[in-house]
Design a protein around this ligand. Structure first.
Ligand SMILES: Nc1nc2c(c(=O)[nH]1)N[C@H]1C(S)=C(S)[C@@H](COP(=O)(O)O)O[C@H]1N2
Ligand SMILES: [Mo]
Length: 322
């Protein structure tokens, strides 16, 4: 797809302010409902409403042709039910503790097989990128899913600007390591820092998103501020948060979940209803934020993004390379 530059934007490309405010109003209505409904449930009820409004608005973004036209998961769930083991293993831990993370200023190190290695200021990188809103489903390996209006920029665009060499076959991503800011790193539940990786062609697929926000706001810390990956056709654990380093490599990166349990979490981790996790089925998923009476959703191959990504795995045995 052609990424539009800010200078070529027309009024039609930008989310109309009225729509934006309407969606804000909807969010705050559902938030009020949530706050009254939730007596002990999750975390949002325990936080002052102001804490939930911490994010700064993102001003300039276009809407993406890749967006799903589906019901969004309410903001409270997107930001209150998280996996971010750097802040603890309970789903409510990240929203309670992630304020400890200082996200400004933030530097991103680019290294390995690349013509433009260096330590970049995230602010400077963002000046070169076109932000888009992309409504994607995030499907966790634990068999639940959410539909989130992410805001971010194309990973492929960033990679092109950094000019990887012909030896670059994989892209390795690393999360910040700082147990003072990320107290969960004092536990040995995973080997820190958290590392994820993609094959170069996966990283260059137009769906791969470097996300900096959601619901029109800068990324909440619990969702991986200030910069996290979203790979919508793969299980959620590939979508690494709070990235400080991107390295171009010849060898397949050693990724955290694969290192911790090889038989449970493969390098590819493509969403696949036909390949069960050794301890549970992947056929269906719980829709986060839906009522208790809402039936589970049938999980789709590649999380429904097959038309965009199936070519990447042509001829590969997806049971072997899970
Ligand atoms: N650094 C880091 N990134 C991470 C994780 C983590 O524990 N640490 N959890 C992953 C998992 S298992 C999921 S499902 C998604 C959850 O993203 P969300 O909290 O924004 O929904 O983040 C992924 N990225
Ligand atoms: Mo996950």
């Amino acid at each position: 797809m052609g990424i539009k530059k800010l200078t070529s934007l027309t009024d039609n490309d930008v989310t109309p302010k009225a729509d934006f405010d309407k969606s804000r109003a909807l969010i705050s209505a559902s938030r009020r409902q949530f706050l009254t409904r939730s007596s002990g449930f999750m975390v949002a009820g325990a936080l002052a409403p102001d804490a939930l409004w911490a994010g700064n608005k993102i001003e300039n973004y276009v809407t993406s042709q890749f967006s799903l036209k589906e019901k969004l998961t309410p903001y409270e769930y997107v930001t209150g039910y998280n996996n971010f083991y750097e802040f603890g293993t309970a789903k409510s831990d990240p929203a309670l503790r992630a304020h400890l993370l200082k996200t400004k200023p933030w530097s991103l190190t680019i290294e390995g097989e690349v013509a433009k290695p260096g330590v970049y200021n995230l602010e400077d990188i963002l000046k070169q990128q076109q932000l888009e809103e992309r409504i994607y489903r995030l499907r966790c390996v634990e068999a639940w899913s959410m539909v989130v209006p992410w805001i971010g920029f194309s990973l492929a665009e960033l990679i092109r600007q950094m000019e990887p060499t012909s030896k670059a076959k994989y892209v390795e991503f690393t999360t910040l390591y700082d147990p003072k800011q990320m107290p969960g790193q004092k536990s040995r539940i995973l080997k820190w820092p958290y590392v994820e990786g993609l094959r170069m062609d996966e990283a260059m697929n137009p769906l791969s998103l470097m996300a900096t926000g959601l619901y029109g706001e800068e990324m909440p810390n619990q969702n991986g501020a200030p910069l996290r990956l979203i790979v919508p056709w793969k299980y959620g654990f590939k979508s690494i948060k709070s990235i400080v380093k991107i390295k171009f490599t010849e060898q397949m990166p050693k990724t955290s979940w694969n290192e911790s349990a090889k038989n449970e979490y493969g390098f590819y981790a493509n969403v696949n209803p036909d390949v069960p996790h050794p301890r549970w089925s992947q056929r269906r998923e719980r829709v986060i934020g839906a009522s208790l009476f809402t039936p589970k959703r049938d999980t789709e191959l590649f999380n429904g993004y097959g038309e965009h990504v199936a070519y990447l795995y042509k001829g590969m045995n997806l049971r072997q390379f899970f």
